[in-house]
Design a protein around this ligand. Structure first.
Ligand SMILES: *[C@@H]1O[C@H](CO)[C@@H](O)[C@H](O)[C@H]1NC(C)=O
Ligand SMILES: *[C@@H]1O[C@H](CO)[C@@H](O)[C@H](O)[C@H]1NC(C)=O
Ligand SMILES: *[C@@H]1O[C@H](CO)[C@@H](O)[C@H](O)[C@H]1NC(C)=O
Ligand SMILES: *[C@@H]1O[C@H](CO)[C@@H](O)[C@H](O)[C@H]1NC(C)=O
Length: 449
């Protein structure tokens, strides 16, 4: 064959998978006046580095969470399930080695192999709660400080005696082996029971039922017929799902030798979730929802600026110099966020008739609260940690955006406590990281084919 033709064929090959993931993810996003390319540039060059620096600080790396709340909706049947974990067969951190070995002798071979599986996925999904004494001391001071400032609303996790501080840097969000029916169940109950969708409308690619293209069309016809708020709600959830999938694909467990575990990008995992051909066209839609989520959280950051600017708003850790520097960094981040020219315009949400808008807002709020409770049903603790953090972050973003709407009571001044701020900044940190990871996958896919 003529070398030029070979080169030409080669070029045809190059980028096809990449195009299937990304070609449809460009240009304007629905429901807002912004394009994907501007977001990529803004995030990767400006926002991402600043966010990363901030997330390394003590103020933002410790998150208080109760990982031991029972699932309010169903009892888990799995060996790695919550019920079993409260008696700790799956938590090697907490069960002394000797007892575990003894338990193993008592069980049948079948249970043993189940236990092994549990231990394996538990070890990957386990949350490391180790903190230095010094950190512990400083955290006590934070709690005192938060207590003193009475203006904060109560969040049950924060005040529950079972809650612990977790060092987020020690517990990165990555592939844990938590997948299959248990993980589907979480997303399925979110999409099926908490996204305003009637059960007769089938969600594309739901593992519940085999849905074809005609059902996908019916689904999108239904979605387009919804009011902008409910549509936005669905897209936020889908965006969150996409973001989590990107992290798991980008930090996949590539090799698991006894001497080292190696995490890195897994292109085929990424494609299985986002390639248009492999997902009946769903992948690019999921990615667009991720950008939509980014815009919402970015907008919330900007709206938090007046609160954070106030002199009395301190990022208290007990180290005055560091606290001061962190506040400057945070303000710098918020100003950067404000400089983005193509913000989502939230005035279109909850506009119109006041009573209807208030009712709608309450529906959305309750649905979101319910989703945050579903996070207590996530069986893998690390996934639960990041699930709770990201839903709380998004919940805080919604609280900020809605606090200023005409339908809000005029007396309700926006306040943010440490827990909410930490969740919000970490949540947008996750979305920002996803957008950055997309760049990497684009390049890998271009090389791959
Ligand atoms: C905690 O607060 C006490 C009293 O305000 C102070 O003496 C101590 O150094 C603080 N500890 C840390 C680690 O910031
Ligand atoms: C909350 O979520 C659960 C689990 O999906 C569901 O069964 C329940 O109906 C939801 N409750 C409300 C009030 O939406
Ligand atoms: C990448 O993910 C796929 C599943 O999507 C899996 O079968 C494969 O083994 C993974 N590759 C590596 C190198 O781990
Ligand atoms: C947002 O939309 C409203 C009405 O649709 C408009 O009056 C306002 O100027 C817009 N704001 C921005 C910043 O574009």
């Amino acid at each position: 064959m003529n070398p030029a033709v070979i080169v030409f064929l080669f070029l045809l090959q190059v980028g096809t998978a990449s195009a299937r993931c990304f070609c449809q993810v460009s240009g304007e996003l629905d429901d807002c006046h912004c394009d994907v390319e501007s977001i990529d540039r803004f995030n990767n060059e400006l926002l991402f580095p600043k966010l990363q620096a901030l997330l390394q600080t003590d103020y933002f790396r410790f998150y208080k969470v109760n990982l031991n709340k029972p699932c309010p909706f169903w009892t888990s049947g799995s060996h790695c399930g919550l019920r079993d974990c409260t008696v700790k067969p799956c938590s090697p951190n907490e069960v002394p080695e000797g007892i575990r070995t003894e338990a193993r002798n008592k069980y049948s071979a079948e249970v043993n192999s189940e236990l092994d599986k549990c231990e394996k996925s538990e070890a990957l999904g386990a949350v490391d709660v180790s903190l230095s004494d010094e950190t512990r001391e400083a955290l006590k001071n934070w709690t005192k400080h938060d207590d003193e400032a009475q203006r904060f609303c109560l969040l049950d996790d924060e005040w529950c005696p079972d809650s612990q501080y977790v060092d987020l840097l020690l517990n990165p969000e990555r592939f844990t082996g938590y997948k299959g029916p248990e993980a589907w169940k979480i997303w399925t109950s979110i999409y099926e029971e908490n996204c305003f969708k009637p059960f007769t409308v089938k969600r594309p690619l739901s593992p519940l039922y085999s849905s074809g293209r005609s059902e996908a069309r019916a689904f999108y016809t239904w979605l387009e017929g919804q009011c902008v708020e409910k549509r936005a709600f669905y897209r936020l959830i889908s965006g969150l799902h996409a973001s989590i999938s990107i992290h798991l694909s980008a930090r996949y467990l590539l090799s698991d030798e006894w001497f080292e575990k190696r995490w890195g990008p897994n292109v085929s995992e990424f494609r299985s979730r986002f390639d248009s051909e492999l997902t009946q066209g769903e992948g690019p839609k999921r990615l667009r929802n991720l950008y939509f989520l980014f815009l919402i959280e970015l907008r919330a950051l900007v709206k938090a600026l007046p609160v954070v600017k106030e002199g009395s708003f301190k990022l208290f850790t007990g180290q005055p110099q560091e606290d001061c520097r962190n506040k400057e960094r945070l303000l710098d981040l918020l100003h950067t966020a404000r400089s983005f020219p193509l913000h989502f315009n939230e005035t279109s949400l909850f506009a119109g008739d006041e009573t209807e808008a208030a009712k709608l807002k309450e529906d959305v709020r309750l649905a979101f609260m319910n989703i945050s409770r579903i996070m207590d049903c996530v069986e893998c603790f690390k996934c639960r940690l990041w699930g709770k953090l990201q839903t709380q972050g998004l919940g805080t973003a919604l609280k900020i955006l809605f606090s200023e709407l005409p339908s809000s009571p005029p007396s309700s001044r926006l306040t943010l406590n440490r827990q909410e701020l930490v969740a919000l900044v970490n949540a947008i940190g996750r979305i920002s990281t996803s957008i950055k990871e997309l760049q990497n996958f684009r390049e890998l896919l271009a090389e791959d084919t």
